[in-house]
Unconditional design. Structure first.
Length: 436
């Protein structure tokens, strides 16, 4: 476990730094979005999307550049640190006083875990639960989509091809249909596809065009891929509750953008009529994909979208150059201004025994303790060698009863000294790690 300490410590540093950076990025983006209201929604969408991702590289930069002026170090509480320090002091005192019959308590399970290890373990357990949720969602979505069939309605196919061409999609998306959903779904990145509900053929030409334009707008902006990425982030870091809030607001802006594009491709009334038709299909509640993008929404969001469509609100499309520039600014700002964290476990330095106080121990203290330990280890090896030679000699020559008793007592003391040496080595290794 000692060999894993550098990795565990580094991972704990990154997790704490990521928590700080993600909280700053998400809260700032959320605050700016709320303050801007209906203004510059394309900018809000870009800021919210980047805020979910930007903390990963920025926290890595801060951890890798741990010597920067903005880095902060703090000690994590460790309930066993004082016990370890006391035990180290008692072992050193015993060695200094040549009292080798020290009763060493076996290390408990908790004493083997530092605070950094607890942080990493808690994050791993949370990630496992989050990934289990995501795998279940993907399994259910796959079960729904496995029963889809290629679209055969000529009206639907021709409308999809026309809409894709008018919106600048390089290839017409694959269109399918299934009875397992009640709302259209946009899926795929390399092979884009729009999966329609069974009743899609009942829509009027204008409503059908609005539906397909909405889904093609998702595909053109690679929204399904971005959404799956956001779902992975939420699954890996479920303890960051701001992910849920920011992700929901980002999805709301994405839907409003696609509604605006559909309004231009069809008409505002066609979009509102399509939303109302789909809402009617959802009563009674149907099986709907949990993570796929579509035109379904909660009642409050549906009302907002219908009102926005009827008002004819136009949402400017996302500007890739501006969006990537914003991402670069956010990354630079977090990497330079947000603090990095170097965690350390509080460990009190043990006072050397009186007999060892005269020994010269250079700074830092653990260097002198390690040198002293190596000296004692060398003397211990010599004692083991001499005891082995004595045992061989008395094996050849028949030893007296008194000699056998002395040999047994010597073996017991050497065995106890070996245990002290092993425990002292482990304590010094932990002491050195926490004082680097």
């Amino acid at each position: 476990m000692i060999a894993l300490l550098p990795f565990v410590s580094g991972l704990a540093d990154w997790l704490v730094t990521f928590a700080i950076h993600s909280t700053i990025a998400l809260s700032c983006a959320l605050g700016v979005s709320v303050a801007m209201g209906r203004r510059a929604r394309w900018l809000q969408e870009s800021a919210l999307r980047w805020s979910m991702w930007i903390a990963i590289p920025s926290s890595l930069v801060r951890v890798l550049c741990a010597s920067g002026p903005w880095n902060t170090e703090f000690a994590l509480p460790n309930p066993t640190a004082a016990e370890d320090a006391a035990e180290l002091g008692s072992v050193l005192a015993a060695i200094g006083g040549a009292g080798f019959d020290v009763a060493l308590q076996p290390p408990t399970l908790w004493s083997q875990w530092s605070s950094q290890s607890v942080i990493c373990l808690a994050a791993a357990v949370a990630a496992l639960f989050g990934l289990a949720w995501l795998v279940d969602v993907q399994r259910r979505l796959r079960a729904i989509l496995n029963q889809r069939q290629p679209e055969t309605d000529a009206r639907v196919l021709s409308t999809a091809a026309e809409v894709a061409g008018s919106l600048g999609l390089q290839q017409s998306p694959h269109v399918s249909r299934t009875e397992r959903i009640a709302t259209p779904i946009a899926i795929g990145l390399i092979r884009p596809e729009v999966c329609l509900p069974r009743r899609a053929g009942e829509l009027s030409d204008s409503s059908l065009r609005a539906m397909l334009a909405h889904e093609v707008a998702h595909l053109r902006a690679a929204d399904p891929a971005w959404m799956w990425g956001a779902a992975w982030l939420q699954a890996l870091f479920p303890w960051q509750v701001l992910f849920v809030i920011v992700r929901r607001r980002w999805l709301r802006l994405v839907e409003l953008r696609c509604d605006s594009i559909a309004s231009q491709a069809a008409s505002p009334t066609a979009v509102a009529r399509c939303l109302l038709d789909i809402a009617d299909w959802l009563q009674p509640r149907a099986v709907v994909s949990v993570v796929a993008l579509g035109m379904a929404a909660r009642p409050s969001a549906l009302k907002e979208r219908i009102e926005a469509a009827l008002r004819g609100e136009r949402v400017e499309p996302s500007r890739p150059a501006w969006s990537w520039s914003l991402g670069g600014v956010l990354l630079s700002g977090l990497s330079l201004a947000a603090p990095g964290v170097a965690t350390a476990t509080a460990f009190a330095s043990p006072e050397p025994a009186t007999e060892l106080a005269d020994a010269t121990i250079p700074e830092p203290a653990h260097v002198g303790l390690r040198t002293l330990f190596l000296t004692l280890a060398s003397e211990h090896d010599e004692l083991l060698t001499e005891a082995a030679l004595l045992r061989n000699e008395w094996t050849v020559q028949e030893a007296s009863l008194e000699q056998m008793q002395l040999l047994a007592e010597l073996d017991a003391r050497l065995h106890n000294l070996t245990r002290i040496r092993e425990r002292l080595d482990a304590l010094l290794a932990r002491f050195e790690e926490t004082h680097r």
